[in-house]
Write a protein that binds this ligand. Structure first.
Ligand code: NAD
Length: 348
């Protein structure tokens, strides 16, 4: 008997298509079909010989389906998740899992009652650039990390779809914020101290087109920033440690590390002309006072998201993305909205 999971993808747009390709390459899954609310999408799937269900009811009442993967706009995740779980399906759900932490708690309750696996696709825990930051943290290549800036900068505005609308859970805090916050919260084990932030509405949409969040942990300050209006980007990561500084430029992983030479006495930089004045403080360190290199990366050997879900279903592994972690991230997102609205720093 095959132990493959029979999976149906609900929502066959950009991300549904991404999952379709990945799942088809994974030996643990049989993609049984798709369901999309848009009939044109259903027809197109059928033309490509992909079984297309005509309603969510038909999916959840199909007893041969083990797992439902939800890749629909954000506001619909909750009801589809609960319906699937109540019909004894395991569920993979796209991020942001819900629009409130209370909604997520309801889903988790149903999953627990039904004894089914519910897992959120926080896939950016697998990003190689993030793993370089994890490496810096673990190897202490630049000493103890005390400050991190994590940014994604685009110049295309919010895509012209549901992401622009509040009704569907649009906006960049839900879209990208949930990834970037999840990475740092997971890295520093949810040991928050305080947060504050600003949302940007430069493009005049109902929802934020970017944000800056100052999320401070007990020993590390961070800036998390998303912009859709930056025609010149800042680096993806900027990391400061007690013994050096590192920059990761982009997802292509180009990076630089500069550390002071430990054996040297403090360098005596020559004053430089700076604007209309002179400065020694801000002069670059002399060449022999620093070493320049790149990040020594560690191989973290994480099994893929899909393998991890499969092993969790069969009781052969622990979920890498745990629901209680996702819940904490959703609570932080709520705190960011609260901090912005009340213009205050929230302490934990
Ligand atoms: P999309 O607009 O490209 O596709 C959504 C699809 O869902 C559309 O085909 C639409 O017709 C269908 N749909 C809408 N409501 C439905 C319903 N009630 N039932 C069935 N189908 C429905 O959007 P997308 O970019 O694929 O995003 C989908 C989800 O994936 C979002 O939650 C988004 O945040 C997430 N996402 C995650 C990542 C990631 O890296 N994890 C990347 C992109 C998008």
């Amino acid at each position: 008997m095959s132990n493959k999971l029979n999976i149906v993808i609900v929502g066959f747009g950009g991300m549904g298509g991404f999952h379709f390709e990945k799942l088809n390459l994974n030996e643990h899954y049989h993609v049984q079909g798709i369901y999309d609310i848009d009939e044109a999408v259903q027809k197109k799937a059928e033309q490509e010989s992909i079984k297309s269900y005509t309603s969510l009811d038909e999916v959840v009442n199909d007893e041969t389906v083990d797992t439902v993967l939800i890749a629909t706009p954000n506001d619909s995740h909750k009801s589809i998740s609960i319906q699937a779980l109540q019909h004894n399906k395991h569920v993979i759900c796209e991020k942001p899992v819900t629009l409130t932490s209370e909604d997520l708690k309801e889903i988790i309750d149903v999953a627990d009652k039904q004894n089914k696996v519910f897992m959120v696709h926080q896939n950016r825990r697998w990003d190689d650039d993030f793993h370089l930051v994890k490496s810096l943290y673990q190897t202490k290549q630049i000493g103890e990390i005390f400050h991190i800036e994590s940014r994604v900068h685009g110049a295309n505005g919010i895509p012209g779809d549901w992401r622009k609308e509040e009704l569907y859970g649009g906006g960049m805090l839900y879209d990208w914020g949930v990834h970037l916050l999840d990475q740092l919260l997971w890295l520093f084990d949810y040991d928050m101290d305080n947060l504050s932030g600003e949302l940007s509405y430069i493009l005049g949409n109902d929802v934020d087109d970017g944000f800056t969040v100052h999320l401070n942990f007990k020993d590390v300050t961070t800036i998390v920033e998303v912009s859709t209006t930056s025609f010149i980007k800042l680096p993806r990561w900027y990391v400061k440690g007690t013994e050096g500084t590192a920059v990761i430029h982009d997802w292509d992983l180009q990076n630089e590390v500069v550390c002071p030479v430990k054996s040297k006495e403090q360098s005596h930089p020559k004053p430089i002309k700076a604007g209309a004045g002179l400065t020694k403080t801000m002069a670059p360190p002399s060449e022999d006072a620093v070493t320049k290199g790149s990040i020594n990366s560690i191989n973290f050997e994480m099994e893929s998201f899909y393998d991890n879900f499969y092993h969790t279903v069969y009781g052969k592994g622990e979920p890498i993305v745990k629901n209680e972690q996702v819940l904490k991230t959703m609570e932080i997102i709520e705190k960011v909205f609260e901090a912005v609205q009340d213009e205050k720093v929230i302490k934990f």
